[in-house]
Design a protein around this ligand. Structure first.
Ligand SMILES: Cc1cc2nc3c(=O)[nH]c(=O)nc-3n(C[C@H](O)[C@H](O)[C@H](O)COP(=O)(O)OP(=O)(O)OC[C@H]3O[C@@H](n4cnc5c(N)ncnc54)[C@H](O)[C@@H]3O)c2cc1C
Length: 247
């Protein structure tokens, strides 16, 4: 199957529990926002809030000041599919996230999906070249798994035999091969990711992924991610822009 858009599902996020010994109230009912404000107030023991700041105002001030370590307490995990191995290669360069990615050794790729870049999809001739190329790679993979499996006939462990065949045969699968993963990070890391990968300088596939992740993060915490605006450029490219430069 040819895929063109990533699938992003929020699968886990921070919970917050009040501390009975600390008399403090916030107007946010979102656990991540409560935790960020709580952690910020811990720094100055400012539990009284005499100025009557809202949670949103409190967090915006943290973002403006660059007091960003406070955001590291809140976390979000996403299940991501429909992205290419080239996109995941860019993702894993971000060192403050945790990843669990589908194995090409344990999972057979005979039925692999492929992610088609938008520009290729929009050009019928390029699309035909793409489809023929990925199909040929898939066939070569299948043939290699079969051939190497036969060569290893008699190998004592059948499961290991399959692993050995797959780990060699995957060499012919293209960058476009779909991968799936779980990606977990704290809100500071997500902000950094959105700023770099939501920019028009980023490659199209990872930028669309950043847009999809931003959609979920802003639902989870408008105070922590609502400053990023989706801006459509004259050439149709949508990018994420924030006026808060620190990340
Ligand atoms: C448009 C674009 C083009 C790119 N092109 C290329 C390319 O051609 N080739 C290539 O190899 N990569 C390329 N990259 C990847 C880029 O170099 C980074 O590896 C990637 O964006 C992760 O960013 P980061 O290092 O800022 O972030 P993270 O790993 O997410 O780290 C976040 C921040 O933590 C701090 N940090 C993390 N680790 C260290 C450390 N060891 N020392 C000091 N500070 C640290 C830094 O402040 C860093 O910005 C590109 C990225 C973009 C957005």
């Amino acid at each position: 199957m040819i895929l063109r858009e990533p699938t992003v599902q929020l699968v886990a996020f921070t919970q917050f529990q009040t501390v009975p010994s600390i008399a403090w109230q916030t107007d946010s009912d979102r656990p991540a926002e409560q935790l960020v404000e709580f952690a910020g107030r811990m720094c100055y023991q400012s539990w009284n809030n005499p100025s009557g700041r809202t949670n949103q105002e409190y967090i915006t001030n943290l973002l403006r000041q660059g007091h960003l370590s406070v955001l590291e307490h809140a976390q979000a995990s996403f299940a991501i599919s429909g992205i290419s191995r080239s996109c995941s290669h860019e993702l894993v360069r971000h060192r403050h996230f945790s990843f669990s990615q589908m194995s090409q050794r344990y999972v057979a790729e005979e039925e692999a999906n492929f992610v088609e870049p938008e520009r290729i999809a929009n050009n019928p001739q390029a699309h035909a070249i793409f489809v023929a190329a990925v199909e040929k790679s898939r066939e070569a993979y299948e043939e290699l798994v079969k051939l190497l499996g036969e060569e290893l006939e008699g190998w004592p462990d059948r499961r290991e035999r399959r692993l050995i065949a797959r780990q060699s045969a995957r060499a012919v699968l293209p960058n476009a091969t779909e991968t799936r993963l779980v990606m977990t990070g704290n809100f500071r890391a997500w902000r950094h990711f959105l700023r770099l990968r939501g920019s028009r300088a980023a490659e199209g596939e990872i930028r669309r992924l950043a847009l999809a992740i931003h959609r979920e993060l802003v639902r989870l915490s408008p105070a922590c991610f609502g400053d990023f605006q989706r801006v459509e450029q004259p050439d149709g490219v949508i990018e994420l822009v924030t006026s808060l430069t620190a990340d």
